[in-house]
Design a protein around this ligand. Structure first.
Ligand code: 0WD
Length: 254
């Protein structure tokens, strides 16, 4: 239970207690990590504050990745709090809900740009700042989905953004490897969260995974959290540039 003892990290993307980021935060705390959370906007502040208290974690402020000043503020606060960090977890994605239904070909330029910026570029923006706070090396982890690899109904522009995110994991891993900063992604199976509720036919996708995955079930945020612990911990010290599927094996089937 002490796999992350002495490690300190910054976690982005807790919206509520069903968020994947919450699952990772909880698992990291259970292994002895010290954690700092951010929230996006005042409405989420009220939800995230009690969750941070419950987990015994810190809050380092508001972060909207479309506003670089808020990213810088959060890193300045983290440096004050921890000095240096050992891990960073990125659980952020966005697309206009109207375009997570119907056809990809109808994507607007505006939503394409916004989805790509928030769901892909933001990880690189965070990596740039994290590098400076990781003098002893570290681990960066982002969240992706199988829709990056294969066409999935309704995933549309998010599939394209996740493909770019997975490619960015490889480029970041190559750039930061000499500093012993590892960069990996977890490709999680479908989980009913706030973000997922925007995707058309999501209940059907859950059921389909339950019927067809090798383990004949879907996965939980606790299971994604434990995979996150592995990627943060020294157990994965030889692993970088990897996309680790935590999907009950669905990717070998579908
Ligand atoms: O089935 C799923 N739920 C899967 C999710 C399967 C595989 C991957 N993922 C990914 C998502 O694409 C995302 O990258 O996991 C990550 C976390 O998503 P989640 O836990 O499913 O969803 P949620 O709890 O809604 O957290 C996503 C959060 C936002 O919440 P809402 O729903 O309020 O948009 O991302 C954050 C925000 O807190 N976020 C932002 N943070 C900072 N700046 C921004 C932004 N501009 N936009 C969204």
């Amino acid at each position: 239970s002490g796999l992350l003892k002495g490690k300190r990290g910054l976690i982005f993307g807790v919206a509520n207690n069903r968020s994947i980021a919450y699952g990772i935060a909880k698992a990291a705390r259970a292994q002895g990590a010290e954690i700092a959370l951010t929230y996006q906007g005042e409405a989420l502040k009220k939800r995230v504050e009690p969750l941070a208290a419950e987990l015994g974690g810190h809050i380092v402020g508001h972060c909207d990745v479309t506003d670089p000043a808020t990213i810088d503020a959060v890193f300045a606060e983290t440096e004050k709090l921890f000095g240096s960090i050992d891990f960073l977890i990125h659980c952020i994605a966005f697309s206009d809900k109207d375009e997570l239904d119907g056809r990809y070909v109808d994507t607007t330029a505006d939503n394409f740009t916004k989805s790509m910026f928030i769901s892909c570029y933001s990880f690189t923006a965070l990596a740039q700042r994290a590098e400076k706070l990781m003098p002893n090396g570290g681990s960066l982890v982002t969240l992706t989905y199988y829709g990056a690899e294969k066409w999935m109904p309704h995933y549309n522009v998010m599939g394209v953004a996740k493909a770019a995110l997975e490619a960015s994991v490889r480029y970041l891993a190559a750039d930061l490897g000499p500093k012993n900063i590892r960069v990996n992604a977890i490709s999680a199976g479908p989980i009913k969260t706030l973000a997922a509720s925007g995707i058309g036919d999501f209940r059907y996708i859950l059921k389909w995974n339950e019927l067809n995955s090798p383990l004949r079930r879907t996965v939980t945020t606790d299971e994604v959290g434990d995979a996150g612990v592995y990627l943060i911990s020294d157990l994965s010290r030889g692993v970088t540039g990897e996309v680790q599927h935590v999907d009950a094996g669905y990717h070998i089937v579908g």
